[in-house]
Structures are given as C-alpha cells and as structure tokens.
Design a protein around this ligand. Structure first.
Ligand code: CMP
Length: 130
C-alpha cells in the first residue's frame, strides 16, 4: 500500500516508517468527472492529494489553475482557518488521497520537507490570487 504514497512527489522524501504511519491516516476517495468537490466559501475540513486525474480551481467564476496527478489542494483553509478560497471541480474521474485537518497540521509540524513544499506552493497560490 505504501507504494501508492511513494509514487506521489508530496511524500517522496519521507522514510518508510513515516509513510506507513501516514498510510493509516489517509483515505482514498473517488470522484466522477464534472463533480464539485467543494465550493469557494465553504469551511475546510480536508486536504487532497491527486493520485490520478485532474481538477479545475475556480475562483470568482474563473478557472485559475488545473491540477493533476501528484498535485495537492485544499491546504489553505486548513492552515489559515479561512473559508475555501476557490471551488474545486473535477475534469476527469479523480482518485485522491485525503487527510483530515488535524492529521495535516500534525504532518506540517513534524515533517519539515512537507512543510517546506506546502509553504512554497501556498505562497505562489496566494500571490497568484492577489
Ligand atoms: P483552499 O483555500 O483550502 O481551497 C481551495 C484550494 O484551491 C486552495 O486551498 C488551494 O489548494 C487551491 N488554490 C487556490 N488558489 C489557487 C491558485 N491560484 N493556483 C492553484 N491552486 C489554487
């Protein structure tokens, strides 16, 4: 099962023991094409890592990004406690790993490689949205 995590860049640098622990925390979710996973303004409870497929990031009715295999979304609301900054809609069928707010925050606190990767990406996203 941890082969799934090893194939995702987000987790690539972590040792096997960490991957085993994370595997117990993540849930695998499946969404059909054209499905709204959440809407801009919703409260945030989960973050998502795309295993396979692609999603549109829609902000104020405009597509601002398309994210696919290996990319993540939904991190901002969990870090900031702000509402969702964009709507996420699937383009294709999507398989995603999800992490609860609590487990994601724990991961950021304990794994600096993940905290670095997430913060670099968040800065780019916040800048793009401002
Ligand atoms: P969150 O605000 O929780 O929910 C919407 C998500 O869309 C956000 O987290 C990011 O993961 C993602 N997102 C927002 N703006 C952008 C952007 N400009 N480019 C890529 N992804 C974004």
């Amino acid at each position: 099962m941890i082969e799934i995590l090893k194939a995702i860049p987000f987790f690539a640098e972590l040792p096997e023991d960490d991957l085993k622990a994370i595997m117990e925390e993540v849930k695998m979710e499946y969404y059909p094409a054209e499905h709204v996973i959440f809407k801009q303004g919703d409260p945030g409870d989960l973050m998502y890592i795309i295993k396979r497929g692609s999603v549109q990031v829609i902000r104020n009715d405009e597509i601002v990004a398309v994210l696919s295999d290996g990319k993540f979304f939904g991190e901002m609301a969990l870090v900031s406690d702000e509402p969702r900054s964009a709507t996420i809609k699937t383009v294709t069928d999507v398989e995603a790993l999800t992490l609860s707010k609590e487990d994601f925050r724990q991961l950021l606190t304990t794994k600096s490689s993940i905290a670095t990767l997430v913060s670099y990406e968040m800065i780019k996203r916040v800048n793009a949205n401002s």
